[in-house]
Design a protein around this ligand. Structure first.
Ligand SMILES: [Zn+2]
Length: 426
């Protein structure tokens, strides 16, 4: 065991959601507007002098802009910093030869601005852990009458005690797609175990199987979304029956639905880390889903939500990945994120890549080496190979079809655990 200082994000729900959501909405819309103004400035400067301004330049240009005063100055600064980071991410992808990468997009859905995350740094929030209240500063433009701040009553998970946390660095207000929640970003000291081994596992996150795992020795596992789909279907029907979408009952149903999802993500990430300890895994390789996020900004998230009645925002994947990181860290396991580029198109056995691969009933079929693999496991194995090379084809211990027979783990709502398919009782 060794001590280590790490960054932790504690998530809290807002108990007076109804009272503060309009105020938070206007901050979220303002953050999107400022992002768009910044984005437009980048276009203008680029077309005049062939240079895209960095964070400091953008702040200098826009400090006196009307939109800058919609948010607390530190919050506005953070929006422009995120924009500059998004441009840097794009340059990086271009340098690595990713010709399909697009520059950061404007945040717009038709005529509406989406609710962007709003970040509050030390001067922009005041925390009262005794009464579990959080005061968030608005910008001077949005202060009407005496109400120059938003007062949230927050609730953390029972095992989280913010009064025991010293260095809270920032607070983020995040729109989950259903409601606003608060993220407290803190520095904390934790006990870290020795890594259980040096092996690697690849994790492919998706919407049919929420996670597909490919271990170094060829073993693979699938975690289908069955129970979340049933849950979603059940709650959507119940919510549709409510006369008024603002009613207490539908609010309660929405909260219950999101609590059950969070529980599912916690249980799954815990289970995966436990499996990694058993298998001697030291590195978990996860596909970076920023591609999906870009599509979402483009308004294409609708295509995602059509899949199997489930509206999983990219936010859900981010949240799951960070849960996995925290839980892995304590066990001495590192989580590496790699680009998902070509991981679904390439054959993980021979490396052959085709434009239109054959995926039939969830199986990946390679014309070149005639391997037949579960498509998600093939993706997971490609993700794993980005960090650690394959032993599959020259090792000889993997007969054809090995990827096609993964173990399937289902969430058993009776026991609240993930169990192999044969043993599920409900
Ligand atoms: Zn092949």
């Amino acid at each position: 065991m060794a001590k280590q200082v790490v960054t932790r994000t504690y998530i809290a729900s807002i108990r007076n959601q109804k009272q503060v959501s309009d105020d938070l909405d206007s901050l979220g819309f303002s953050a999107s507007k400022l992002w768009n103004v910044g984005r437009w400035v980048c276009d203008r400067v680029w077309s005049e002098i062939g240079h895209i301004p960095g964070h400091n330049e953008l702040t200098t240009y826009l400090k006196s802009h009307e939109r800058y005063d919609d948010l607390h100055s530190q919050s506005s600064q953070r929006v422009l910093q995120e924009l500059a980071e998004a441009f840097n991410g794009w340059y990086g992808k271009r340098r690595n030869g990713d010709t399909r990468a697009n520059p950061p997009k404007y945040r717009k859905f038709d005529d509406d601005h989406p609710r962007s995350t709003v970040t509050f740094k030390s001067a922009g929030f005041k925390l009262d852990t005794k009464y579990e209240r959080l005061r968030l500063s608005k910008g001077s433009n949005l202060k009407d009458y005496w109400s120059d701040f938003i007062l949230c009553e927050y609730q953390t998970r029972p095992d989280v005690d913010l009064s025991a946390v010293e260095g809270i660095q920032q607070v983020r207000a995040v729109w989950t797609g259903d409601e606003w929640e608060l993220h407290f970003v803190c520095k904390v000291e934790i006990e870290v175990a020795e890594a259980p081994g040096e092996k690697t596992v690849g994790v492919d996150l998706g919407i049919n199987n929420f996670a597909a795992l490919a271990y170094e020795n060829g073993h693979s596992e699938l975690y289908p979304l069955n129970c979340l789909k049933q849950d979603d279907y059940y709650f959507s029907k119940q919510i549709a029956r409510c006369d008024d979408s603002d009613s207490n009952q539908s609010t309660w149903l929405n909260q219950k639905k999101s609590a059950r999802r969070t529980h599912y993500f916690h249980t799954l990430s815990k289970h995966i880390v436990q499996r990694c300890v058993e298998e001697g895994v030291g590195t978990i390789v996860v596909g970076d889903l920023s591609g999906i996020r870009e599509d979402e900004e483009n308004g294409e998230s609708k295509n995602w939500s059509k899949h199997g009645n489930l509206d999983l925002h990219s936010w859900a994947f981010d949240r799951f990945t960070s849960m996995l990181e925290y839980k892995a860290e304590v066990e001495g396991i590192t989580v590496e994120q790699v680009s998902e580029r070509d991981t679904s198109k390439s054959c993980s056995c021979c490396g052959r890549k085709r434009k239109a691969n054959r995926v039939e009933r969830g199986l990946y079929v390679c014309d070149s080496c005639s391997v037949v693999a579960n498509a998600d496991v093939n993706g997971a194995e490609n993700i794993r190979q980005k960090v650690s090379p394959s032993l599959a084809c020259d090792g000889g211990d993997r007969s054809n079809g090995w990827l096609a027979q993964p173990s399937v783990y289902l969430f058993d709502s009776k026991s609240g655990c993930f169990t192999p398919r044969e043993q599920v009782t409900s």
